[in-house]
Design a binder for this molecule. Structure first.
Ligand code: UD1
Length: 402
């Protein structure tokens, strides 16, 4: 391995990014103090500000143990084009100032693609964490973000074999791929003890294994009245069997306010603010059933052994169906959803963890080891030469943070 410093910008924008990146940032710090580490990581943490509400940002940020960001770009909300463009404009300034050897992006949000695109234009190598996931549905902005980010990336960290297969089928050279497992599960494992101490169940008056947890925020499910009406009927039906608790994402807040005033039995449908990560892990772990349209929740419930019904017509995470606890049901077919929920509630649950290979809590370490190895090889090209010749701390620039 080359001696020297590797300046790595790590980019996050939205809530799920924080959960995926924290184990990597931590593993870089651990690497730096480990015996015999001749390469030193100098991480620069950039928060684009795509998510900015305390409930969407700082609550989760603090729970997953991220340090203060070095840069907060404050891009906020907007159309996809506005948001992506705003991240690009602001991130380009950071990139030029920091001149990193590598930029790490995660997941599939607008900030992910925006940062990767700027890197490609500026000739800076990109590593994509959670590469290769495909739903096959290009009407989802996340699918477009995933696809383009992967094709702009120099290093692609995958969570499962089908991720590798998707990338190879799209012509991405195998030598760019590294299967490292799932960094989101690293965060889950780290927070489990803290979650045991969370008072959230008592606070909400919920009994363990006697409630259904809901997280629905996809535009297709919550942006229009037709979708919301369907949801109203379905969640009302579920709540006849067991109480339903729903931490409401801001996107769904307006419409669901309407739903809340119309619901039949207000006591059994609990609409609450978005939870911090530790409280949310507690809510997931002790649920009888989870209904979601999120990506990460499909993975987390599998590892927690909690039955999950994903109300979408496709998933980019089929491993959670093949090996996990996930059931995919289109939100257009709520009769089927009722049947699936009924079957789950009628069967005796075992809550046994379903854990795909390498979802073991150590993916962040593998990411960092793979980056170090990449930096030391000829494959890293110019970067390897630059790293070998340098041995200085990354400059930190005082910037307003969160
Ligand atoms: C984004 C991601 C989605 C991810 C989700 C996690 C994209 C295309 N989508 O969706 O993949 O699952 O984050 O939560 O990047 N808002 C607030 N406060 C906030 C953030 C958002 O009020 O802190 C509101 C705004 O009205 C905004 C809306 O929520 O317009 C949607 O936010 P946005 O970041 O555009 O997309 P998400 O739906 O959160």
């Amino acid at each position: 391995m080359s001696a020297g410093s590797l300046r790595v910008i790590v980019v996050v924008g939205a809530r799920p990014n924080f959960v995926k990146v924290a184990p990597i940032v931590r593993a870089m710090a651990a690497w730096n103090v480990s015996d015999g580490a001749r390469l030193r990581f100098c991480p620069v943490l950039v928060h684009t500000g795509q998510h900015y509400d305390p409930a969407m940002s700082s609550l989760v940020w603090d729970d997953v143990g991220l340090p203060e960001p070095d840069y907060f770009l404050g891009v906020g909300s907007g159309s996809h084009a506005e948001q992506t463009a705003a991240v690009m404009v602001e991130f380009e300034k950071v990139l030029r100032e920091e001149q990193p050897h590598l930029v790490v992006v995660v997941g599939d949000v607008n900030s992910t693609l925006a940062a990767a695109l700027v890197c490609a234009m500026e000739g800076v190598p990109v590593a994509h964490v959670e590469a290769g996931l495909r739903s096959g549905d290009r009407t989802m902005p996340e699918e477009v973000n995933r696809l383009l980010t992967d094709h702009l990336s120099d290093l692609l960290f995958t969570t499962c074999p089908d991720g590798d297969a998707n990338l190879v089928a799209e012509g991405i050279p195998q030598d760019r791929l590294r299967r490292v497992g799932n960094t989101m599960i690293d965060s889950l494992e780290r927070c489990r003890d803290a979650a045991l101490r969370s008072p959230i169940l008592d606070d909400l008056g919920l009994a363990p294994r006697r409630y259904c947890l809901v997280t629905l925020h996809r535009p297709a499910n919550v942006d229009d009245d037709v979708g919301l009406d369907r949801l109203e009927g379905f969640l009302g039906w579920v709540s006849a069997s067991l109480p339903v608790v729903y931490p409401v994402h801001p996107r769904a807040r307006v419409g669901l306010g309407r739903l809340a005033t119309k619901r039949a039995d207000p006591l059994r449908l609990l609409l609450v603010d978005p939870a911090g990560y530790v409280d949310f892990v507690r809510l997931m772990s002790m649920a009888r059933l989870v209904l979601t349209d999120s990506g990460g929740v499909q993975e987390e419930t599998s590892v927690l052994g909690v039955p999950c019904v994903t109300l979408r017509s496709s998933t980019e995470r089929p491993v959670t169906i093949a090996e996990g606890t996930n059931h995919l049901v289109s939100a257009d077919d709520l009769d089927l959803a009722r049947r699936v929920v009924r079957e789950i509630l009628d069967e005796k649950p075992d809550y046994a963890s379903r854990r795909p290979a390498l979802w073991d809590g150590h993916a962040g370490v593998r990411v960092v080891e793979a980056i170090a190895e990449w930096a030391s090889t000829a494959g890293a090209g110019k970067t390897a030469a630059v790293v070998a010749g340098e041995d200085q701390e990354a400059k930190k620039h005082a910037r307003p943070v969160r």
